[in-house]
Design a protein around this ligand. Sequence first.
Ligand SMILES: Nc1nc2c(c(=O)[nH]1)N[C@H]1C(S)=C(S)[C@@H](COP(=O)(O)OP(=O)(O)OC[C@H]3O[C@@H](n4cnc5c(=O)[nH]c(N)nc54)[C@H](O)[C@@H]3O)O[C@H]1N2
Ligand SMILES: Nc1nc2c(c(=O)[nH]1)N[C@H]1C(S)=C(S)[C@@H](COP(=O)(O)OP(=O)(O)OC[C@H]3O[C@@H](n4cnc5c(=O)[nH]c(N)nc54)[C@H](O)[C@@H]3O)O[C@H]1N2
Ligand code: SF4
Ligand SMILES: [Mo]
Length: 721
Amino acid sequence: MSDTHCPYCALQCAMRLTPVTAGSDDGFDKLNHRAAPVTVSPREFPTNRGGLCRKGWTSAELLARPGRVVHPLIRQPDGSFAEAAWDAALELIAERLRAARATFGPDAVAVFGGGGLTNEKAYQLGKFARLALGTSRIDYNGRYCMSSAAAAGNRAFGLDRGLPFRVTDLDEARTIMLIGSNPADTMPPFTRHLEGAREAGGLIVVDPRQTTTAKLTQDGAGIHLQPAPGTDLVLLLGLTHLVIAEDLVDRAFIDARTEGFAALRRSVSQWWPERVASVTGVPVELQRRVARRLAEGGAYLLTGRGVEQHVDGTDTATAAINLALVLGLVGSADGGYGTMTGQGNGQGGREHGQKADQLPGYRKITDLAARAHVAAVWGVEPETLPGPGIPATELLGLLGRPGARGGVRCLLVHGSNLLVSSPDVNAVRAGLAGLDLLVVCDFVFNETAALADVVLPVPQWAEEEGTMTNLEGRVLRRQAAIAPPAEARSELWIMAELARRLDAPSTWPTDPAVVFDELALASAGGIADYSGLSHARLDAQLAAGRAAYWPFAAGATDESEGTPRLFADGFAHPDGRARLVAVKVRSEIADVPAGPADDELTLITGRLLGHYQSGAQTRLVPELLEAAPEALLEIHPATAARLGLGDGAAVELSNEHGRVECRVVFAPGIRPDTVFLPFHFAGDESVNRLVAAACDPISGMPEFKRSRVRVRALTGEAATA
Ligand SMILES: Nc1nc2c(c(=O)[nH]1)N[C@H]1C(S)=C(S)[C@@H](COP(=O)(O)OP(=O)(O)OC[C@H]3O[C@@H](n4cnc5c(=O)[nH]c(N)nc54)[C@H](O)[C@@H]3O)O[C@H]1N2
Ligand SMILES: Nc1nc2c(c(=O)[nH]1)N[C@H]1C(S)=C(S)[C@@H](COP(=O)(O)OP(=O)(O)OC[C@H]3O[C@@H](n4cnc5c(=O)[nH]c(N)nc54)[C@H](O)[C@@H]3O)O[C@H]1N2
Ligand code: SF4
Ligand SMILES: [Mo]
C-alpha cells in the first residue's frame, strides 16, 4: 500500500495504491479484460477532499502491459522498430550526439522536457542539458501552458507561484472569477472549493462557451460572460476602468503596496463600457455588475489557458493582476489573484531549470550570482554554463534545419507528445523527419515516439519515488507502489549513463532522494527555495499532517509549513512593491470587433473531462476512449444551419496551415461566431494542424485559443471514408 498522488493534473489529488495480490481479481477490469496491478482509492486531502475524477480513477489501467513500451526500441533501415539492449541503444545515442556536437557545435542538440516530470527529473534534465550536452537549447511543454501567467506574475509580483495561497482559502471566498478556465472538466474535485462563492451568488465565469463550469453559475449562483475569443484583455481593461471611474479601488493599498497607478489609470481611460461592449460583446450592465461585485471584497480572480494561450496572453494575465491589485485583493487574507497551473508538476517543472532561461530555484540563467551559485553546487566553473536558450516553438522551428546555420540536428524528448500538442504540427512533423537523431523517453508509444530513432522505456508514476509541486506550490511526495517492468529504466539512470558516455563533469546520482538533496542546495536562496526540504522531511511533514509550501528555507522550525500565503508582508521586487504594468490592446483586436470574415469562424481549442492533453495516455484507457472516441466540433445550431450541417455531420475545417476532418456536435451554449475542438486527438483529427506558430513576444506562448477556419460539409466519398 502506498500513498501517492494522481499522475495527471496539477490538482494532484491524493490517492492510495494497493497492489493486487496474486489470485485476487480486484484490479481486473472485467469489461476490458485488462489486469491493473494496483487498485486506486482516493485519499482525504485538502485539495481533492477525497474526490477523484474519471482520469484518476482509471489511472492504474495504463500500468498494465498492453500499450506500454517495455524494451528499448531502435528504428531499423526499413522503418520498423526492433527491441534492443540498453547498452546498444545508449551507445548509438551517445555516438550521434558526439558527432552532431563535433560537426555543428553543442547547440545542434536540443532537449524538450515536460511538466509531468518529477522535480528530481526536471532538475536533472536541466543539469544534463547544460553540463553533459553543453547546449543552451532546452525548453519544455510548460511553455505551452504556464508561460504567459508566469511572465505576468514575475513582472507584477517579482515571483510566479500559480496560487500564492492555499486552495482551501477559496472556500471562504464571496466571489470567484474564473477567466478562461473550466475546472469542472479540467479539475473536477476543485469545484468543491467554488461552493462557498456559489452559495454567495458570486461565481463569475468568463468563457465563449457555456462550459460545465459556466453552468455552475446558473440559478442565481453567479454570472457567465461570453466575450468574443481573444478579447479578454479589453474586458479586463474595461473592468479596471469601471472600478477606477466608480471609485471602487483600494487607494490605501495602491499607495502603500504598488507602483505605476498613474500610468495604469491613463491606459484604461479609453476603455469605457460601451466601447468594451462593442469589442467583446459583453453588455454594459453585466460589466457593471461584475465590477461592483469584485469590489465588495473577498474576491479571487483566477486565470486559465483560455486567456493565457494567446499572442497577448501575458498582457491579459497582467490586466487580471492589475484589476486584483487596484482592488487591494492580492496578499490579503481575503482575496487574491492566481493562475490555474495545469500539468501534474506544472509548478515544480517551471522552477528547477528545464526552461530555456532558467537555473534551479527559479533563478535566471543570465544572473551572474545565480550562475556562480549553481556552478558551485555542480562543481564546475560558471563560464562552462551555456547562456539562455530559446522558447519551445522557436526551438521546434529549427528542427531538421542545416546544423551549420544554427539548426537542431538531434532532439531528446522527455515527457511530451509534441507532434500532437505543438502549434502548426504539419511543420513540426517535417522538422522531426529531418533530424539526425530523435530520442523519445516514454512509457507509451505515442505519436512522437512513432517518428523516433530510439525509444527508451521509463517507469510510471506508481513505480517511482520523487516529488511533485501542486498548483498551490505545495511540495508532495510521489511514492512507488510496485516495481516497473524489468527493462524500464528511470530517466535519472538514463541521464547518468549518457553523461558518463559523454565525459560530462559533475556527479550524476540516480537515487531520487539524493537528487532532491542536490536540488535543494541548488535552489537555496533562490525564489523557489526548497533548501529546508528532503524526502525524509516531506515524509515527516505528511505523517504529522503538515503541508510544505515553497519557499521552504533551511532552518525552518519543526512546525513550519513553509509559505502557504505569499505577499502578505511584501512582494518579491527589491522594494517590496507590486508593479502595475500598463498594457495596451493590439490594434488588430481593437479594430476588428466583429470577429472573422463572413465565411470564417473563430476556432478555439481546449479540453474534455475524460482525456488528458495529447491523449497519449488516456486514449489507451478503454473506458475513457469509449466515452469520447473522436474529436467533435462544438458548433452553435444556428451556425450549423447556415452552413447546412445537421447534428453529427462530417466536416472539413481548413485554413492556410492545414485541414482537419471531424464530425460536429450541436452546442447551443457556444457563441455563434465560434467553434470549439478538443486537442486530445491525432492524425486527421489533430486540431493543431490549424493552429499557427504565432507566439506571445514576451512569454513565447503560442496562440492556441484563437484561429480562423472555414468549415464545410464533407459530402459523399470524403464523408464516409
Ligand atoms: N480533463 C483534462 N483535465 C486537464 C487537462 C487535460 O488535458 N484534460 N490538462 C491539464 C492542463 S496541462 C491544463 S493547462 C489545464 C487547463 O485547464 P483549462 O484552462 O480549464 O482548460 P482549457 O479547456 O484549455 O481552456 C479553458 C477554457 O478556455 C475557453 N477559452 C478558449 N478561448 C478563450 C478565450 O479567448 N477567452 C476566454 N475567456 N476563454 C477561452 C475554452 O472554451 C475552455 O472552456 O487542465 C489540466 N487538466
Ligand atoms: N490546440 C491546443 N494545443 C495545446 C493546448 C491547448 O489547449 N490547445 N494546451 C497546451 C498545454 S497547456 C499543454 S500542457 C501541452 C501538453 O501536451 P504534451 O506535452 O503533448 O503532453 P502529454 O500529452 O501529457 O504528453 C506527455 C507525454 O509524456 C509521457 N510522460 C508522462 N510522464 C512522464 C515521465 O515522467 N517521463 C517521460 N519521459 N515521459 C512521461 C506521457 O506518456 C506522454 O506521452 O499541450 C499544449 N497544446
Ligand atoms: S482532477 Fe486531476 S489530479 Fe485529480 S483525479 Fe482528476 S486528473 Fe487526477
Ligand atoms: Mo497545460
